[in-house]
Write a protein that binds this ligand. Sequence first.
Ligand code: GRF
Length: 196
Amino acid sequence: MKKRIAILISGRGSNMEAIVRNVQAGMLQDCCTVEIVLSNKRDACGLEVARLLGIDTAVIESKGKKKAEFETEVLALLEEKHIDYIVLAGFMRILSPRIVSRYRKRIINIHPADTARFKGLGAYEWAFGKGLQSTKITVHYVDEGVDTGPVIAQKEVDFTGATTLEEVEQRGLKVEHEFYSRVLKQVVTAHNGVER
Ligand code: GRF
């Protein structure tokens, strides 16, 4: 049975796009369907990208709303769509224990650094600022903290010779786009391998 995924975004959506393309005609074709791309921001550029790819989109605005109210709406949508896995791709809200416990080990995030070394926003800026020669992209399960969940897999990106932040980010994103789908495939096809 293919796993039904929801991709949650807040902005550009380049990781979302890479996953959708892999579901439509790539490594995720046999194991996943993208049931919805959900944004908490109405103006997220990724929404249009998803629509152009023929994917259903939804906006549940988080701004000006109590967190509990926002999450009630999100949960209702996830349940209506019978979602198996929630894939965070540049989603800028912290999910509360209510959602995390309901989907334990079924919420996945990509973080552009080794989460043991750097958590939160601005990981490429951090790597560039420190002059790191490489960084580790991390795909992890989401728990109640910020970038604290169990690591599923990491992949190194080489920054040697990169002289601008843009270049660092570009190299990182190129890796993210391939790596996220690969790890997702591993997670959804694991034989009872995903503890719940
Ligand atoms: C990516 O660098 C991702 O690792 C991080 O936020 C960024 C989102 O970019 N969590 P995009 O929206 O997927 O283009």
